[in-house]
Write a protein of this length. Structure first.
Length: 220
């Protein structure tokens, strides 16, 4: 065991940091895109505050199309665009764009589902008082769904970790790349098992933190 850590400890730590970097950079951009998209879906759907069937149908279809494409296929599909935008298709830098494209629609759908739980009567009551739509969105819809939103983002984060592992197939770095390059192609199962253990611990920690944060928001 000591020999294994002496040989692979630094590599696993570096891969772990790369995985965190990919996950949270992509999550940040995905949140900036996904939450507004989710709000727009709520507002433009039938019966929404700014009902617009054309906008809703377009966004709904676009989200469904992107979510229908498995990430590994999208990764290769977006290689030319990624190279054009960031100048490379490998490393952490080369995988952020595909991760954001994949995760943003997923977050938008999670946000839409969470926000649909808000009591319609509460929204109508605020509308009858002349409260503007932006204030209703921020002070009513988002405030009332803070806990589900946190749980949704927790799910999205865990999904992103899985996608960063797949990104190892194109040399993105991270734990997935380490497991593939050494655990699989070089027939070193102990590296594979170590990566799996690290991923399990990471996912458990993120899920526990998300659950605890959501519970604290419910009490407020």
């Amino acid at each position: 065991m000591t020999d294994f850590f002496n040989q692979w400890g630094e590599a696993i730590w570096t891969a772990f940091l790369q995985t965190l970097q990919m996950t949270f950079i992509a999550l940040g951009f995905s949140v900036l895109i996904g939450i507004p998209l989710g709000v727009l879906l709520i507002l433009t759907r039938k019966g929404g505050q700014v009902e617009n069937s054309t906008v809703y149908t377009f966004l709904n279809t676009l989200i469904n199309v992107i979510r229908s494409i498995p990430f590994i296929i999208m990764l290769f599909l977006l290689l030319p665009v990624t190279r054009l935008l960031v100048g490379t298709t490998i490393g952490v830098k080369g995988v952020i764009f595909p991760l954001v494209v994949s995760c943003s629609p997923y977050i938008a759908r999670l946000m839409e589902s969470a926000m649909l739980e808000v009591n319609r009567g509460v929204i109508e009551a605020y509308q009858s008082m002349g409260i503007s739509t932006p204030k209703i969105v921020w002070s009513v819809i988002i405030r009332e769904t803070r806990a589900p939103i946190v749980l949704g983002l927790t799910i999205a984060t865990i999904g992103l970790i899985g996608e960063t592992a797949m990104a190892g197939l194109v040399g993105a770095g991270g734990l997935g790349d380490l497991a593939y390059q050494f655990g699989y192609t070089r027939f070193q199962p102990d590296v594979m098992y170590a990566v799996i253990i690290v991923l399990i611990i990471l996912v458990q920690c993120i899920q526990s933190i998300g659950n605890a944060f959501a519970r604290s928001l419910k009490k407020k």
